[in-house]
Design a protein around this ligand. Structure first.
Ligand code: 6GU
Length: 227
């Protein structure tokens, strides 16, 4: 998979993509990430990419020209399966969305800033608008980092234990069950007996029960047809 990102603050994306799972995905050749400084397609020598909004009002808007030039130049060497605009008024990112996007080959992400981007780019180029939750961030970069992480870890071969993404919270509309590690007793607090019983059928039943219980208590809204 190749993910390209347009941003006026590419520095914000360096750390998230150069550590842990997403770094490993790139090293293994399973994921390529290209971050482009939008000012490369600026409208003048001062690096301008934004302007005041028509109709008045506070906040700058990213102009059509730099975005369209960037999209057209990048599209010449790669056909994008999705052009995603990260915006608080987009569709909410869920595990289902991450699963869908993990099946694409070429994705372009556009990070907005200020008041957003000219609506005409959204109307004529963007195929999908995504928000990571109901709160406002200063720009789309942190949201893009979240989106890339959620997609990248799903690519086959990225996680060392191939099956582990299957047991993530949300993957089956259930939260993950509690987990424990050594020591078996810490400050008198004991690990549940079943987990050290060696009985794998019982352990699986316990985990499923705990996942159900946890989901009913914390997130009954995500449960689909469990009953
Ligand atoms: Cl994608 N962008 C911004 N600026 N704020 C957000 C967001 C995105 N998702 C939630 N808040």
């Amino acid at each position: 998979m190749h993910i390209q990102i347009l941003s006026v603050l590419p520095e914000l994306l360096e750390s998230p993509f150069n550590h842990s799972i997403i770094r490993r995905a790139q090293e293994k050749g399973l994921l390529e990430i290209s971050v482009h400084q939008l000012r490369r397609w600026a409208v003048n020598e001062y690096g301008q990419v934004d302007d005041y909004q028509f109709g008045g009002g506070a906040g700058m808007v990213i102009m059509c020209e730099p975005l369209v030039k960037a999209i057209e130049e990048l599209s010449a060497s790669e056909k994008f399966d999705e052009i995603i605009f990260l915006t608080p008024d987009g569709d909410r990112l869920t595990q289902t969305v991450a699963n869908q996007l993990s099946l694409r080959k070429n994705i372009l992400m556009i990070c907005g800033h200020y008041k957003g981007i000219d609506q005409r780019v959204r109307d004529h180029f963007v195929t999908r608008e995504i928000s990571i939750g109901d709160y406002v961030l200063s720009g789309g970069e942190l949201a893009a980092a979240v989106l890339v992480d959620s997609i990248g870890r799903l690519l086959p071969g990225v996680l060392s234990d191939e099956t582990s993404a299957l047991f993530d919270s949300f993957q089956d509309n259930l939260l993950a069950p509690p987990v424990y590690t050594r020591p078996e007793v810490y400050r008198g607090w004991k690990v549940p007996d079943v987990l050290v019983s060696g009985d794998h059928k019982k352990i699986n039943e316990w985990r499923y029960d705990q996942a159900l219980k946890r989901t009913m208590e914390k997130r009954p809204d995500i449960m689909k047809d469990e009953f």
